[in-house]
Design a binder for this molecule. Structure first.
Ligand SMILES: NC(=O)c1ccc[n+]([C@@H]2O[C@H](COP(=O)([O-])OP(=O)(O)OC[C@H]3O[C@@H](n4cnc5c(N)ncnc54)[C@H](OP(=O)(O)O)[C@@H]3O)[C@@H](O)[C@H]2O)c1
Length: 275
C-alpha cells in the first residue's frame, strides 16, 4: 500500500523540506496524497516550494497547530535543538515522530517530544531523490503496528523500507546504503580513470564508466530475483576478459575486504557522531 492509499484521515507534518524532505514531499504528491493531509514547516522556503504548496493545497508554515499522526523530522541534525520547541506542539499523544537525522538517538527524540506516542529513526539514501532510495527504520517499541506501518508507507513514497531489529543497526545501514551511493560513484570514476590509463580520451572514458554503472544498476533493478553473483557469473566466460579482471578484483585482500574495511570505517564514524 502506498502513502496515497493511507486512510484519508492520516496526516503528516514535514519539518525541513530541503533535499531529502523535499524529495519525500514530491513522492507523496506524486502518489496522489491529498495536499490537505500534509503540513510543511521550513522557515525560508524557496519560491518553488511555496508555489508547490500553494498549488497542491499543502499548508506551509501555518501557525494553527494541530497534532498530526506522523511527524517527519528532516532538518540538519544540528538544527534539531533549536527547532524542537516550536515543533513539539504538533506531537500529541497520537503522534509517531520519525527522524531521518544522522546521529540523533531515539532517547534524544523521546526527550524532545515527550508527549508523542513513540519515536522512530530512519536512514534513507540519496536515490530517494529519484524515488529509488532504500531506508532502514528502527523504532523504540512504543508504537502500535498500525502506526509503524503508517510511517513505513510515508517513507515508502521514495523507495524501499527495511525494518531493523534495533537502533544500533541504523549505524550499519548508514555505512552500507546511506554512504553507499558515494562508493558506487567512486566506482564509475575509477572505471573512467582505468579507461584513460588504457589510452581513451577522458570524456569517452567517463561516459563508459558512467553508463556501465547506470546499466548494471538498472539490470539489478529490473530483475529483483536474480542475485548479483548470478549476473556476474553469467558475463564471465572461463578464460575470457572479464575473468581476467575479476581474478584481480577478487584476489585475497582486493575489492571485497577493501569494501568491508571502508564500511567499518563509516560505521565507526556513524557511532562517533551519535556520541
Ligand atoms: N541528503 C541525504 O542523502 C541524506 C541521507 C540520509 C539522511 N539525511 C538526513 O536528512 C536531514 C536533512 O538533510 P538534507 O540533505 O535534506 O538537508 P537540507 O537540504 O539542508 O534540508 C534541511 C531543510 O530544513 C530546513 N530547516 C532549517 N531549520 C529549520 C527549522 N527550524 N524548521 C524547519 N525547517 C528547517 C532548511 O532550511 P534552510 O536551508 O533555510 O536552513 C532546509 O530546507 C539531515 O539530518 C541528514 O542527516 C540526508
Amino acid at each position: 500500500m502506498s502513502a496515497g492509499q493511507q486512510s484519508a484521515a492520516d496526516t503528516v507534518l514535514l519539518v525541513g523540506a530541503g533535499r531529502m524532505g523535499g524529495s519525500m514531499l514530491d513522492g507523496w504528491l506524486a502518489q496522489g496524497v491529498a495536499g490537505s493531509r500534509i503540513a510543511v514547516l521550513d522557515p525560508a522556503p524557496s519560491e518553488a516550494l511555496a508555489a508547490l504548496c500553494r498549488d497542491r493545497g499543502v499548508a506551509l508554515n501555518v501557525t494553527d497547530v494541530r497534532p498530526v499522526d506522523t511527524l517527519v523530522l528532516a532538518v540538519k541534525p544540528q538544527a534539531l535543538d533549536g527547532a524542537a520547541p516550536a515543533i513539539e506542539p504538533w506531537a500529541g499523544p497520537g503522534t509517531a515522530v520519525v527522524s531521518i537525522l544522522a546521529g540523533r538517538t531515539l532517547a534524544d527524540l523521546a526527550a524532545k517530544f515527550p508527549r508523542a506516542a513513540g519515536c522512530l529513526r530512519a536512514m534513507p539514501n540519496l536515490p530517494a531523490s529519484v524515488g529509488r532510495g532504500i531506508t532502514g527504520l528502527a523504532g523504540d517499541g512504543r508504537l502500535s503496528e498500525a502506526a509503524v506501518a503508517r510511517v513505513e508507507r510515508w517513507l515508502g513514497a521514495v523507495g524501499a523500507v527495511e525494518r531493523l531489529e534495533c537502533e544500533d543497526q541504523i549505524d550499519v545501514v548508514t555505512a552500507i546504503s546511506g554512504s553507499g551511493p558515494a562508493y558506487v560513484f567512486l566506482l564509475a570514476e575509477a572505471l573512467a580513470k582505468a579507461g584513460e590509463s588504457l589510452g581513451l580520451a577522458p570524456g569517452l572514458a567517463a561516459r563508459l564508466g558512467r553508463a556501465t554503472v547506470e546499466g548494471a544498476g538498472e539490470l539489478l533493478h529490473r530483475s529483483p530475483d536474480v542475485e548479483p553473483a548470478a549476473f556476474r557469473q553469467n558475463v564471465t566466460s572461463p578464460g575470457g576478459t572479464t575473468a581476467a579482471a575479476l581474478a584481480v578484483l577478487m584476489a585475497d585482500g582486493a575489492l571485497e575486504p577493501l569494501l568491508v574495511r571502508a564500511a567499518e570505517a563509516a560505521h565507526r564514524r556513524a557511532r562517533e557522531l551519535a556520541g
